[in-house]
Design a protein around this ligand. Structure first.
Ligand SMILES: Cc1cc2nc3c(=O)[nH]c(=O)nc-3n(C[C@H](O)[C@H](O)[C@H](O)COP(=O)(O)O)c2cc1C
Length: 256
């Protein structure tokens, strides 16, 4: 199937969701690929026509779609437009995130043709699923995309893992701190998806606004933002031990 245009609509704090999105786009033969960064959506509404395709990608935060990403996705409308939905998770569990994403997409006029939960290195505890996505994961994502658009059905709802009510939103009590390597360049402040970094002093992070997404750590050219402390050390030890077992990627498709 040759599509005129595909849209990759995603948020990626530490780059793993972005890598899966690129792999997915390689599996689809489209004349044009457009990127929609969920962190850049303000109040404007984006409408995707029925003869195009959208791929949604979100990192799983506490078993859910990150709250600001949910609000951004609500600004994207379809007209029975085919959608591939994906969530990327750090080898613990994706809980209700994929179900929530499916509900959001359907409520906004998308025809969800396939859904996947892909495993990636945990962005808070990097020893969990360290190094993933591997080449084989990315190849699987590419094949998943190709398979997804082989036959698109209308009036068919796919079933994905998840429960109602969705898991309660639990903020992560770990926030980055700033070391003396910080030279106040302001890059982290400009890119923070929830404006939690003080514009006058990028060393200061507002813990009430911070969603612990780890983007500031990942983007800092000086490596001046980091997680530290006893609580982080204890949680790292526990997480690394509890979620060491390899998990396979999860993929479901529409059936006629
Ligand atoms: C605040 C926060 C909460 C997370 N919650 C979960 C979770 O519930 N289950 C899980 O398996 N991974 C969880 N992770 C790990 C991320 O989903 C995973 O590392 C993902 O690959 C990050 O995507 P990114 O690199 O595009 O930012 C969490 C990460 C963060 C920062």
């Amino acid at each position: 199937m040759n599509l005129q245009r595909i849209h990759l609509a995603y948020f990626s704090a530490t780059g793993t969701t972005a890598r899966y999105m690129q792999a997915i786009s390689k599996g689809i033969d489209a004349s044009q690929t457009n990127t929609i960064k969920l962190a850049d959506i303000k109040t404007d509404t984006i409408t995707i026509p029925a003869d195009e395709l959208i791929v949604f990608g979100i990192p799983v935060f506490s078993g859910r779609v990150p709250e600001f990403a949910r609000k951004a996705i609500q600004q994207i409308k379809g007209n029975n437009t085919p959608a591939i939905i994906t969530c990327i998770y750090g080898n613990r569990d994706f809980d209700d995130a994929l179900l929530e994403l499916k509900d959001l997409a359907q409520a906004n006029g998308f025809n969800v043709v396939s859904a996947a939960a892909f495993v990636a290195q945990h962005s808070i505890f990097p020893k969990v699923a360290q190094g993933r996505p591997h080449t084989a994961d990315l190849e699987e994502a590419k094949q998943f995309a190709a398979e997804s658009i082989k036959s698109i059905h209308t009036n068919t709802t796919i079933l994905v893992k998840g429960n109602y009510p969705y898991r309660a939103i639990k903020p992560v009590p770990l926030h980055p701190t700033t070391t003396k390597q910080c030279n106040n360049c302001g890059r982290c402040m400009k890119q923070c998806p929830v404006q939690a970094i003080n514009p006058d002093n990028p060393k200061k992070i507002d813990k009430k606004k911070c969603i612990s997404c780890m983007h500031c750590i990942s983007t800092c050219p000086q490596q001046a933002k980091k997680l530290s402390g006893l609580l982080y050390w204890i949680a790292t030890t526990k997480f690394t031990k509890s979620f060491a077992t390899h998990r396979d990627n999860y993929m479901v498709y529409q059936t006629s």
